[in-house]
Design a protein around this ligand. Structure first.
Ligand SMILES: NC(=O)c1ccc[n+]([C@@H]2O[C@H](COP(=O)([O-])OP(=O)(O)OC[C@H]3O[C@@H](n4cnc5c(N)ncnc54)[C@H](OP(=O)(O)O)[C@@H]3O)[C@@H](O)[C@H]2O)c1
Length: 259
């Protein structure tokens, strides 16, 4: 049987890159999508993940991606990882540019991908048992925190889009899966959020014993996609053990207490 093929967005760094690698090593054909062609090409050379450079906030790019995919093979899984945060301003100080960027990158890009790729997912599901649309949202979609407003709003909106899609596809063999990670230490997420301030980005993770890694999240994604086709992991919340809740993060070594 031919391999299943996944389209992984955000494949140029962090969770998306780790997911592309994880699926590839589990026998998937993978198309990796992001804006930075050089990073995708390096990944392609190292792993065989096929590079496709596109800006998901640009309608014409996603349209071109869909037509290239239609001509190059089936799409069994859309894995929408691309997105991110800009700024930690409180609501009263937030800038429209940051909030707009977050809505574009996390919400409208997801909607655009669904609009253009759903026909391809349906085609693959019709001939190969099932297909998957998986989205990486965040625990920021579930609980607000001071300075999180713009990201909370965007990720909550993305999460609602995912829930609506699952209802709309009821009766079709297409799984709709949401993975909501807590703290994941990736190279660029906090750096981009904090305007390139490396020291501030390091502080986010200071003394936290083992934040999640991109590979940890990629493992969960690969499990969700590899589960039997009738098993839909609607929502998986995954955090490091040091982070019991958004507001309850242990800094310092984890230690057993005397009972
Ligand atoms: N790190 C965390 O703590 C954490 C926690 C929960 C959820 N998440 C979510 O997980 C996802 C990945 O996060 P990460 O930590 O891996 O961050 P990251 O390393 O900054 O990755 C973001 C990815 O999105 C791509 N991207 C951004 N804008 C894009 C656009 N307009 N078109 C195409 N690709 C675009 C970037 O590639 P290019 O720049 O090359 O386009 C990059 O590959 C995000 O949705 C984030 O919100 C992260």
């Amino acid at each position: 049987m031919a391999n299943r093929r996944a389209v992984v967005t955000g494949a140029s760094s962090g969770i998306g890159e780790a997911t592309a690698r994880a699926l590839r090593s589990r026998g998937w054909d993978v198309v990796g999508v992001a804006r930075r062609a050089d990073r995708l090409e390096a990944l392609e050379a190292a792993t065989g993940v096929v590079a496709y450079a596109a800006d998901l906030t640009v309608e014409a790019d996603v349209e071109a991606l869909a037509s290239w995919l239609a001509g190059s093979g089936p799409v069994h899984a859309l894995v929408q990882v691309a997105g991110g945060a800009r700024g930690t301003d409180r609501v009263a100080e937030g800038t429209a540019a940051d909030w707009r960027w977050m809505y574009e990158a996390n919400v409208l890009s997801s909607q655009r991908l669904v609009a253009h790729l759903l026909p391809l997912l349906r085609r693959a599901a019709a001939s190969d048992s099932h297909a998957d649309a998986l989205f990486v949202t965040s625990t920021a979609a579930q609980v607000a925190y001071p300075g999180g407003g713009g990201y909370n709003a965007a990720k909550a909106a993305e999460s609602m889009l995912v829930s609506a899609l699952r209802l709309e596809l009821n009766g079709e063999p297409i799984r709709v899966i949401e993975i909501a990670p807590g703290m994941v230490r990736t190279e660029e997420f906090s750096l981009n959020r904090l305007g390139g301030d490396a020291a501030a980005a390091d502080d986010v993770y200071a003394d936290v014993e083992q934040p999640l890694s991109a590979d940890d999240v990629a493992d969960v994604i690969a499990y969700a996609l590899g589960a039997p086709g009738h098993v839909n992991l609607d929502l998986v919340t995954v955090r490091p053990v040091a982070q019991s809740a958004q507001h309850l993060l242990a800094r310092g070594p984890l230690r057993v207490r005397e009972s």
